[in-house]
Design a protein around this ligand. Structure first.
Ligand code: SF4
Length: 303
């Protein structure tokens, strides 16, 4: 029997996660991203021999009995999970047995224009969608989409979906050297992000061996680029692993920093000196700022 369930694995952003793999035997994706952690493969616009919902649910029930203390059930695939034809039904069944846990899906957003896919995603607690570039040439070179995928359609679909989706929407940008690592790209990405207004934006770079020869960018580059994303909580992956300077900010400077965008607890922990942290706590106490939770991560936000 194929391995539909994997983990639990600990994710810093979402907690202890049990993964549901809708294509356990081989990669089936409508992208062939240069940075993919799976081997490069020919793109497809459908999942061949999709498993039955009951097979997945039986396997999930068994795993949940073994690991009752997980935080999140993550729908993913050796490829793109929204290609799975019974997604709506699967989401319904998982929601019936998740018992207080969150349901998360990781998608490349290529099918988000499709009303059937939008409808299937509506009952998921956290929908995480990737969009690395809004520049057609770069999108094509970096994500290498199937011929049925159009960037324009994705962007329209994202806007449409954001309007009807009531749960947490997380947006992910993976940055690759000499592809989408420019300020212009991030200014353009910010444009669509400000229209969508997701709960959070995650920015990362390559940190594992990739399908093709491409390079990561430095943490400093991620941080500089992230400054173009305004008004929404931004999480930069692996922040704590990078050495960085500690800032000493006045109360006013802290307010300016939060005006640009909310800062995560981790950002604050790593970025500010003890005196500035006390000032920030005071701002919280007097009600000038608040602590909000964005898809499992706490952020300080200006009131
Ligand atoms: S969308 Fe995900 S699974 Fe598909 S090729 Fe890109 S990184 Fe790999």
């Amino acid at each position: 029997m194929p391995n539909f369930i994997f983990g639990p694995v600990r994710s810093r952003r979402f907690g202890l996660s049990l993964g549901v793999d809708l294509s356990p035997d081989k990669k089936q994706c409508n992208f062939d991203c240069l940075y993919c952690e799976l081997k490069g493969a020919k793109t497809t616009d459908n999942i061949q021999n999709p498993p039955a919902v009951y097979e997945i649910i039986d396997a999930l029930k068994a795993s949940l009995a073994k690991f009752p203390n997980i935080d999140v059930i993550t729908i993913t695939a050796n490829g793109e999970p929204t290609l799975y034809p019974h997604l709506k039904e699967l989401v319904y069944e998982i929601n019936r047995l998740k018992n207080g846990k969150k349901l998360l899906i990781l998608s490349n957003a290529a099918c988000i224009y499709d009303k059937k896919v939008q409808n299937a995603l509506l009952d998921i607690d956290i929908v995480k969608l990737s969009l690395d570039s809004v520049t057609p040439k770069i999108f094509k070179k970096l994500n290498r989409p199937h011929k049925s995928v159009y960037l324009e359609q994705i962007m329209e679909g994202l806007k449409e979906f954001a309007q009807i989706f009531k749960n947490e929407l997380v947006f992910e940008i993976l940055v690759v050297e000499n592809f989408n690592d420019t300020r212009d790209e991030f200014i353009a990405l910010n444009q669509i992000i400000s229209e969508i207004s997701p709960s959070r934006v995650d920015i990362s770079t390559i940190d594992r061996p990739s399908a093709y020869r491409v390079n990561a960018v430095s943490f400093e580059t991620l941080e500089i680029l992230s400054r173009e994303i305004r008004g929404v909580p931004v999480m930069i992956a692996k922040r704590e692993e990078f050495a960085r300077s500690v800032l000493s900010l006045s109360e006013n400077e802290i307010i300016q920093l939060l005006k640009m965008r909310p800062q995560s607890e981790d950002d604050i922990k790593n970025m500010l000196d003890e005196k500035s942290k006390k000032l920030l706590q005071n701002l919280l106490k007097v009600g000038k700022i608040e602590l909000i939770n964005a898809a499992g991560i706490n952020f300080y936000k200006l009131l």
